[in-house]
Write a protein that binds this ligand. Structure first.
Ligand code: MN
Length: 318
């Protein structure tokens, strides 16, 4: 997916991060996604009050029964994408030769490094349900320019405790360790809790965490949570109390607070205005930097115009 709605840099203050333990509800905003028949997505990251959770720097939820997804080739730098369908499947094609059907329960993680391009189309009839998440992981400086690659994990580890099962996409929850490649201490897990269950999940005190409910109602750290908002939990927790009267499904994201200042513009994560301009120019010039996604001819998403001011990093408050 791409983020066509943000032609200007998000220059944000990190008002939540590194604040210690907290519980703060953050509403998603509705954003039209690119494509001929655009879909509306619910964007929870970045937002002014919370640009990132660990290295997670982008979180979209798509939940649309009416309109298929058709996102033409577009570029990325400096990040990894995680496409996590809950219902329906998506054809992913990219410039390193991948052409896969992204299915529920399977992790597809694309590491852009220096440059990659990809397309994402829903599979099936245009009125087939398509629900799921699209996430980005910011790459730290020392690997931001590596060669791009694509990974698929069809046998993800599952953390189990009485009344809860959690598929671990990246990182580790309890004894369940994903072998998906990430470059900072990070967790992404998709958990289902039974009706009437009360569970204590093991956390890392130096991580910050957030929870989003996908279905049902779940009480997290004493806060009742329906599908929609993101509950930011801060750091300094070694465990998390989760319960549900009627059962539910939720995503738990976590990671060590990301120390570097980043510029996010369009589909790029970088550290300077010049890096963004260079990547934009390369895409517009059809440079080999971003390769070719086969099957689309000359069709692609053009870069939006740059703003008339220098892009500056977001600031993370101490
Ligand atoms: Mn994308």
């Amino acid at each position: 997916m791409t983020r066509l709605d943000l032609p200007v840099s998000e220059s944000l203050s990190h008002q939540c991060g590194q604040s210690g333990r907290t519980t703060r509800l953050l509403e998603a905003r509705e954003v039209p996604l690119g494509g001929i028949r655009g879909i509306l997505v619910h964007r929870s990251l970045p937002q002014r009050a919370l640009p990132m959770v660990g290295a997670w720097c982008f979180l979209d939820r798509f939940d649309d029964e009416e309109v298929g997804m058709k996102v033409l080739p577009h570029p990325h730098i400096g990040l990894q994408t995680v496409t996590w369908p809950v219902e329906g499947s998506i054809r992913h094609r990219d410039s390193v030769g991948s052409d896969v059907a992204v299915q529920p329960g399977e992790l597809n993680i694309m590491t852009s490094g220096y440059g990659i391009s990809h397309s994402e189309f829903s599979i099936g009839e245009s009125d087939s349900p398509l629900r799921g998440l699209q996430l980005w992981v910011a790459l730290p400086r020392d690997v931001a320019d590596i060669d791009p690659f694509f990974e698929r994990h069809t046998d993800l580890p599952v953390y189990r405790t009485d009344g809860l099962r959690a598929t671990v996409l990246v990182g580790q929850l309890g004894d369940a360790l994903s072998d998906a490649t990430v470059y900072t201490p990070l967790l992404g897990a998709d958990a289902t809790i039974d009706a009437g269950a009360h569970v204590t999940l093991p956390l890392e005190t130096h991580f910050e965490y957030a929870v989003m409910v996908l279905s049902g109602t779940v009480e997290v750290a004493g806060t009742p949570l329906d599908s929609g908002p993101l509950l930011y939990l801060g750091t300094e927790r070694d465990s998390l109390e989760v319960s549900s009267a009627d059962g539910g499904r939720f995503v738990l994201l976590g990671g060590v607070p990301f120390a570097e200042e980043l510029i996010m513009w369009w589909n790029f994560v970088a550290r300077s205005h010049e890096e963004i301009v260079s990547a934009r120019d390369a895409w517009e010039a059809r440079s080999i930097r971003f390769g070719t996604v086969s099957g689309h001819g000359a069709e692609r998403i053009p870069a939006p115009p740059l703003p008339g001011v220098r892009l500056t990093p977001r600031r993370r408050q101490p």
